[in-house]
Design a protein around this ligand. Sequence first.
Ligand SMILES: Cc1cc2nc3c(=O)[nH]c(=O)nc-3n(C[C@H](O)[C@H](O)[C@H](O)COP(=O)(O)OP(=O)(O)OC[C@H]3O[C@@H](n4cnc5c(N)ncnc54)[C@H](O)[C@@H]3O)c2cc1C
Length: 456
Amino acid sequence: MSFVNELKNACPNDFLSKKEDLFVYAYDTTKNPDKINLPLAVVHPRNAFEVSEAVKVCQKYNVAIVPRAKGTNHCGATRIGEKSIVVHFSKMDKIISIDKENLIAIVEPNVVIGDLNKELDKYNLFFPPDPSNLSVSTIGGAIALCSGGPRTFKYGNTKDYVINLEVVLADGTIIETSKNIAKNVTGYNITSLFTGSEGTLGLITKATLRLIPKPQSRLLTLAYFNTLEDAAKCTNNIINQGFIPSTIDLVDKITLQTIEKYNPCGLLDSYEAALLIELDGFFDCVLIENEILKKILVNSNAKNIVQAKNDEENENIWRARRSAFSALGQLKPNVVTEDIVVKRSDIIKCIKKIAELADKYSIITAIMGHIGDGNIHPNFALDLEDKIQKENFEKLKDELFHFAISIGGTLSAEHGIGNEKKKYLEDALDRGAHQMMKKIKNLLDENSIFNPDKSI
Ligand SMILES: Cc1cc2nc3c(=O)[nH]c(=O)nc-3n(C[C@H](O)[C@H](O)[C@H](O)COP(=O)(O)OP(=O)(O)OC[C@H]3O[C@@H](n4cnc5c(N)ncnc54)[C@H](O)[C@@H]3O)c2cc1C
């Protein structure tokens, strides 16, 4: 039997191998390299057993596997290399159980994070990680990338909510990394090893997630500033007052203006910067914190303060923020979101460097970021088909990443490394740690069939 026939036997559901069906899988959110590869086939497994059978066939024929959820990653993490298939998890999208008493949910990998939270609403429960595109991105993708988002500042990122994983290993063995209990230090913490491994160590077929009670109330404030520096200083002033908002996000003037141009929603786009600050918790606590917050904002040079009056207004502001990437995409044929992180105390230095590089290489640059975490997302709008712009952009990234590393920051806080940033890893990681990561990869995936050329 041929490879394709054996694979089809292993995973018969919606099997794709016709050229016209494969094209779509050659793309993800990231701009493709000059030459694209088509996968040899795409499988849609329905359970861990089918995943395991597909892995065994690929192992036998030495064919690589690119695990794929919705392809919304920003780092070329689902890019197709030579001689690869795609394992598309779209048919494994069920919420298996929600256990209110133990604050646990068990889900299949392709459950969309926004859908999970809608279901959890019925139980007054909450899954905090929010990779900003929560109406699309999935639990499996978020676990594989250890995604973060605006709420990381208060609640942590995906790894803080993963209790146990069912994983298919490179020889087809199906393992559970832990147990479905909240606390467990029995053995090594291999749950965390797979979380953030970018599909390079194993395929996640089920996840047990930690939940928290849903905060009783939320209050979103937009504070506008005349300078980015004032906005950054204000962030520190808020934190120094000893309370932790669920979100402190920064958007600059270009972002405000672009959102208003393409998706008008009443943002005040004449200011240089705005902070989105969300408080959540018990109703009375939020009210008390809000009084303190307003005083800090006024004392920190906020020139205009707009507060959502109800959930609908809250959602409108969030919708505006979430639309930034697509709005910026209207400026030029390509928009590339970068993801660097520095100490919060270095934010201003970093923003100045980004502006300097944008100027030097003449690339439109809009700055957003989860500033509470020191995580900055410069968005670059450009035409990557233009040879000069493309070369300039490579130089810009080179300088930017090395700058972040030189001041004690690093390459990615939440979007991952994928194919895009792999070449910078040597400069960003401790040498011994990098070697150790390579040994782990070699141990778990000797023939490198899981997402090769990515991550480490
Ligand atoms: C507009 C926009 C805004 C965003 N904002 C944020 C943000 O604020 N914070 C943030 O962290 N991210 C953000 N992202 C990035 C993105 O949403 C995340 O990458 C997302 O969590 C994962 O996306 P996905 O489900 O589409 O997975 P994919 O992109 O399909 O896959 C992501 C990775 O997971 C692997 N993978 C997928 N499923 C499995 C599985 N079952 N087993 C093993 N490996 C698997 C893939 O191989 C790949 O390496 C944003 C993206 C967009 C488009």
